[in-house]
Ligand binder design. Structure first.
Ligand SMILES: Cc1ncc(COP(=O)(O)OP(=O)(O)O)c(N)n1
Ligand SMILES: Cc1nc(C(=O)O)sc1CCOP(=O)(O)O
Ligand SMILES: [Mg+2]
Length: 588
């Protein structure tokens, strides 16, 4: 049986026993222990949660029932052997949007702090709300000013969010005064969350002290015991451990163990500052040590990696990951972003921020113009079989079509293997860019993304347009094949830029293609709010009849065999271009 409890949690229970879990609430943070409340058989049961939240035991004082969890916070409760019938899972809570609250300082340079947390969560697909503890003036040279917000303001921000929005995970960064830890503690007691990620920010990368000695005791005594994970770098671990020197991986393991003894359920000691060939972090969950390695990236743009790592862990936990996989994903995310951002150029100081969104790198060769419907005028669609037949390389064929007057090119390489297709696409893209002609890829969204093509053409049984749009973003060109007015309306609603409509005439190029004729083409054009290009069996002898249909949004013809199943692609393209130009001039 599977049902949804009043709290929105899904549960399963077989029929062997009558016990039925009807409600389960995530664990409360209560002093340094957690307690949970759930109801069984309509009876409210208070349960204390002991042990690590990764594998913890719920002990219900009232009914004496014990349940093991394999996800913290009771994400999955499995019955002990004597009660095999209960499984509770809250993975599907109400379809709510995963939400991280970050409580940290603002970084005016936006590489670290609140700004890094917002960008990281956005990149991870998680909503992020903010409680600002301090406003710093900092740039790529360092920190010039710090203004700490009042306790009242911090408390009001925290309460405002927690009392209204469902927060899954709280992540802390710069907490510049002990009272802020108390405010956090009190609020989490009142508004429990699934996990608390603590990045013990104390010193900025430029060496500026962001949380003075007065906070150290509070971190150790009050903050760490509340944490589900604490993520110090070497310097922070050393400060938290009274100046312990960390120089080797064994030192990091020792530090992780000592920090774990202070109360957090998991510890990640980040070894990025150690002089080794790889960047190695040590993760300890109270039982096992894990060595997480990534390649060391030589880059000036490393400001904000600590905040980013912690907020990515928080975001992954909010999506439902286990702690270990959240940490692994975060490590991979930071490594990828660092690699990507090596050459971005922000600020004149020694330490630049990196790009959390992997989008800032300006490829000078990128086509910057938006889609222009008049580009559909003479649309050349390649065919590997035809090129082979005539001994043309794909690049020669594309170059010839462009020199003959093609206004847009689509690579339709049905037989190519992926690697071969990608290389061909990159080479053709270079040619198209040098002529300022858009290059689209047929069907293969992955190839288009890998080579940064200008867009994709998909059919009704390919990847749906709305998914392609989500993957490619708002700027890329998306075309979709439509044979009916209904297809045309959907193409518009799904976010396509243009429609390819056919087969206007019978064709040998595409097997089993239904011919819709000039009437079918006209019906699609009339229904469509998008520009249309006609396709299927179009050549020098019938192109005029297509262009003379007289519908304003019919912008041109797409052609395969009449251009590429020919010895001289350039001259065939030139002839068709001249004919199309004639029809336009004539009809003006
Ligand atoms: C411009 C243009 N229009 C239609 C098509 C056909 O696309 P699709 O229906 O996906 O069929 P295949 O080309 O994949 O066989 C097209 N490629 N281009
Ligand atoms: C790829 C394609 N799509 C069609 C459709 O009707 O959607 S017809 C077609 C083949 C077009 O080749 P040719 O110009 O050689 O007839
Ligand atoms: Mg297709």
């Amino acid at each position: 049986m599977e049902s949804t409890s009043p709290a929105g949690f899904q549960f399963q229970s077989n029929e062997l026993h009558s016990m039925k879990v009807i409600n389960f609430r995530s664990s409360y943070i209560f002093d340094d222990r957690r307690s949970a409340v759930f109801e069984m058989c309509n009876t409210k049961v208070n349960a204390a949660v002991y042990g690590s939240r990764e594998i913890c035991t719920l002990f219900s004082s009232k009914q004496g029932s014990r349940h093991r969890t394999n996800q913290f916070g009771g994400l999955t409760l499995k019955a002990m052997p004597e009660q095999k019938d209960i499984t509770v899972t809250n993975r599907s809570r109400d379809n709510r949007t995963p939400h991280v609250l970050t409580m940290a300082g603002s970084d005016s340079g936006a590489g670290a702090g609140i700004q890094a947390d917002l960008k990281t969560c956005a990149a991870c697909g998680v909503y992020c709300s903010t409680v600002i503890t301090a406003v710093t003036a900092q740039n790529t040279h360092g920190v010039q000013d710090v203004s700490i917000l009042s306790a009242e303001s911090v408390a009001a921000q925290l309460k405002s969010i927690l009392s209204d929005m469902h927060v899954d995970v709280v992540k802390t960064g710069m907490l510049p005064s002990p009272v802020m830890v108390k405010i956090l503690h009190d609020n989490l007691k009142q508004f429990p969350v699934q996990a608390l990620v603590v990045d013990p920010v104390m010193v900025s990368t430029s060496g500026h002290v962001l949380a003075g000695p007065s906070i150290l005791d509070t971190f150790k005594q009050d903050l760490l015991p509340m944490a589900d994970i604490v993520t110090p770098n070497i310097k922070e671990a050393s400060v938290l451990l009274d100046g312990l020197q960390l120089q080797t991986l064994d030192d990091m393991r020792l530090a992780a163990k000592s920090l774990h003894d202070m109360g957090p359920r998991n510890v990640l000691v980040k070894g990025g500052d150690l002089p080794s060939s790889d960047a190695v972090d040590i993760f300890f969950n109270g039982k096992d040590f894990y060595e997480l390695r990534s390649s060391r990236i030589q880059s000036r743009n490393t400001h904000g990696t600590g905040c980013t790592m912690a907020s990515c862990i928080a975001a992954e936990l909010a999506k439902g990951s286990s702690m270990l996989s959240a940490v692994k994903v975060a490590k991979r995310y930071v490594e990828t972003a660092l690699k990507y951002s090596k050459d971005i150029n922000i600020g004149n100081g020694p330490q630049g921020p990196f790009d959390h969104t992997l989008k800032l790198l300006r490829k000078t060769s990128s086509r910057l113009q938006p889609f222009d419907p008049s580009d559909l005028f003479l649309y050349a669609v390649t065919d590997s079989g035809m090129n082979k037949k005539w001994g043309h390389s794909i690049t020669d064929a594309v170059k010839a079509a462009i020199e003959g007057g093609a206004t847009i090119v689509q690579l339709r390489e049905k037989d190519a293997e992926t690697g071969e297709f990608l290389e061909a696409a990159k080479a053709c893209l270079e040619i198209c860019r040098s002529h300022n002609i858009p290059l689209l890829i047929n069907d293969r969204v992955d190839i288009a993304m890998a080579c940064d093509a200008d867009g994709v053409h998909v059919g009704q049984s390919d990847m749906p347009v709305n998914k392609v749009r989500a993957l490619l973003g708002p700027e890329k060109i998306i075309g979709v094949s439509c044979k009916t007015p209904e297809h045309a309306l959907k193409a518009w609603a799904d976010g396509a830029d243009y429609i390819g409509s056919g087969g206007v005439f019978p064709t040998n190029t595409k097997a089993n293609n239904r011919t819709i004729g000039l009437d079918g083409l006209k019906a699609v054009c009339v229904a469509s709010k998008l520009p249309v290009v006609a396709i299927g069996g179009i050549n020098l002898s019938n192109a005029r009849s297509v262009m003379e249909l007289g519908v304003e949004n019919l912008k041109g013809v797409a052609v395969v065999s009449a251009l590429f199943d020919r010895d001289c692609v350039e001259s065939e393209t030139r002839k068709l271009h001249a004919l199309l130009t004639e029809t336009v001039t004539y009809n003006r």
